[in-house]
Ligand binder design. Structure first.
Ligand SMILES: Nc1ncnc2c1ncn2[C@@H]1O[C@H](COP(=O)(O)OP(=O)(O)O)[C@@H](O)[C@H]1O
Ligand SMILES: [Mg+2]
Length: 433
């Protein structure tokens, strides 16, 4: 089915379906979100504006409001530097504080529960752009490890869940392949990404946020990730929010809602298919036989430092967004009404294994590394042996090693022992197994 013939998405019907499929269906909404960062000015900045000091405030996200509903996959698109990742991080309460930053606005789950680290951990999950998977684990082991650390259910229940996730991800045939890393390519980029998504699925989050899950993948693999996200929304009632870069038209077909960003503003928000009609209405029609996503990327591209044409383009898009869409989005947001997560029993959720299980799992993981990377093990063994011989040479029979008339034998050995202990501690820190 082409995009033109696809029926419009009915958010209310999808929400009702999500209520059946998902234990705790969640709407994520944000209102008047502004994010500023203080950054150092460059020489060129100061040359252009002599009144500028050593730092300036960069408005990264400029007072945006919106929502993402259950049962739908919402995609955030825009040129690089538009503030997509920043918005996603804000929604996940994980804005980086590397520099001085200022954040304001309301971000809520189901119009009621404020999003913070604690509530986010309960209802949501974040899949990062760079996956952090353990290279020597197999897909199944990675998911099992995550299940053991996140779930309190019995081992059997956890294993059944892991099996189910592998099935959902379509990874049955490679469940026992090692994940690999940049040096040892085993899984393909798309498969690694699926595995990262699977690790997050273990805790059965109602909301899944993803930062550019398709970057670095070819268009076929990117499409399969979009299909997976579409299935998670439709079949499991999850709320998917993902940033995406340059999707193909086949991937675009799987978008339910689309948010377009330019220079920190939201310039379109609504049904992905209807975006085509909207841009036609504001006299920026998508040319025939063109991938709408390509056209949007071109339309939203902005050169920094901004030229007059860029400023005019942003003003134009903003003006129409405020005139035609802002109220509509607010009304749609009000229509999606869901019970408070507390009433749905979400208070009991706690994704943390007890300390003894954590310790056991970490030791098991280290042992797996030793078994699967024998070269690393041998190198460390050799290193430890050499350091031990060096230490022996230095501290052998420390009692008689250093003679000083002013010190008693007791003092001499105490000093030497302190030296030996210090050295051993440092070696342990840097050469641990
Ligand atoms: N904490 C921060 N400190 C300084 N600058 C930031 C910070 N977060 C984002 N920015 C800047 O804001 C702009 C938008 O960033 P980002 O949200 O990553 O864009 P996108 O994901 O759309 O490419 C970039 O120019 C980035 O350098
Ligand atoms: Mg980004």
């Amino acid at each position: 089915m082409s995009l033109a013939t696809r029926p419009d998405i009915d958010p209310i019907a999808l929400m009702e379906a999500a209520k059946e499929q998902c234990k705790i269906p969640i709407k994520l909404s944000w209102e008047n979100v502004t994010f500023d960062a203080q950054i150092k000015t460059t020489k060129a900045d100061r040359a252009a504006n002599p009144h500028l000091g050593a730092t300036k405030v960069l408005n990264v996200v400029k007072g945006v409001s919106g929502f993402a509903a259950p049962g739908q996959a919402t995609y955030i698109m825009g040129s690089s530097g538009a503030g997509k990742t920043s918005l996603l991080n804000i929604l996940a309460d994980r804005v980086t504080s590397a520099t001085k930053t200022y954040l304001s606005g309301n971000i809520l789950f189901n119009d009621e529960v404020p999003v913070n680290k604690e509530t986010f951990q309960k209802y949501a999950a974040y899949v990062m752009q760079d996956d952090v998977l353990f290279a020597t684990f197999t897909v199944k082991e990675a998911l099992t490890f995550a299940a053991r650390l996140k779930l309190k259910s019995s081992i059997d229940v956890q294993d059944t869940l892991v099996d189910q996730i592998i099935e959902d991800l379509g990874m049955r045939h490679i469940a026992n392949s090692q994940i690999g890393d940049v040096h040892r390519k085993i899984l393909s980029g798309g498969e690694r990404k699926r595995c990262s998504i699977g690790v997050e699925l273990v805790s059965d989050p109602s909301v899944i946020l993803l930062d550019e899950p398709t970057s670095g993948l070819d268009s076929f693999k990117a499409q399969s990730i979009c299909m997976l996200l579409h299935r998670l929304a439709r079949n499991k009632g999850k709320t998917i929010v993902s940033t995406i870069h340059q999707p193909s038209s086949a991937s675009f077909h799987y978008f339910d809602r689309l948010i377009l960003m330019a220079d920190g503003h939201i310039v379109y928000q609504g049904d992905a298919k209807q975006s085509i009609d909207y841009f036609k209405q504001i006299d920026r029609p998508v040319p025939a036989k063109t991938n709408p996503a390509d056209f949007f990327m071109k339309l939203l591209s902005i050169n920094y430092p901004k030229q007059q044409a860029d400023e005019e383009k942003i003003a134009y898009l903003n003006q129409y967004y405020h005139a035609l869409l802002e109220k509509k989005v607010k009304a749609e947001n009000r229509m999606i009404r869901l019970d408070s997560p507390k009433e749905l029993g979400a208070d009991a959720i706690n994704h943390k294994a007890p300390t003894n299980v954590q310790l056991q799992q970490l030791m098991h993981r280290s042992w797996t590394l030793v078994k699967r990377e024998p070269r690393l093990f041998r190198a460390k063994f050799l290193q430890t042996g050499i350091v031990a011989i060096l230490m022996m040479a230095c501290f052998f029979q420390v009692n008689g090693f250093y003679q000083d008339e002013s010190l008693t034998t007791g003092e001499v050995s105490a000093q030497n022992m302190a030296g030996a202990i210090y050295f051993m501690t440092v070696v342990q820190m840097f050469l641990n197994f």
